[in-house]
Design a protein around this ligand. Structure first.
Ligand SMILES: [Zn+2]
Ligand SMILES: [Zn+2]
Length: 87
C-alpha cells in the first residue's frame, strides 16, 4: 500500500495577489524606522492554511501575530474589524 499522499497545502495567497511581499505602502513622511523584518513575516490562516504577508494584513511584527489568524476569505469580518479600528 503506497496510499499515503502527503498533501502540500502550503499555498501563498495574499490579498495583494503577489507571491512575494511587494513592500509596505509608501509613506509620505519618508519614515526611516520601518522594520526590515516586515517583508519576511508570513502568517497562516487557521482555517484554509494559506499564507499571507503580515505586512499586507496589518501585522508587521511577530508580537502582533494573533493566536488564531484567518484570511480575508474565511473571515471577512475579521478583516473589516481591523480596518475600522484604524480610524
Ligand atoms: Zn501580500
Ligand atoms: Zn483562510
Amino acid at each position: 500500500m503506497e496510499d499515503e499522499i502527503i498533501e502540500d497545502n502550503e499555498v501563498t495567497r495574499c490579498i495583494c495577489e503577489n507571491q512575494d511581499y511587494p513592500g509596505p505602502p509608501i509613506v509620505e513622511d519618508g519614515a526611516e524606522d520601518l522594520s526590515e523584518d516586515a517583508g519576511s513575516l508570513f502568517i497562516q490562516c487557521d482555517q484554509c492554511s494559506v499564507w499571507q504577508h503580515g505586512g499586507c494584513v496589518g501585522i508587521m511584527d511577530d508580537t502582533m501575530t494573533p493566536e488564531n489568524y484567518y484570511c480575508e476569505q474565511c473571515r471577512p469580518d475579521f478583516h473589516e474589524l481591523k480596518e475600522n479600528s484604524l480610524g
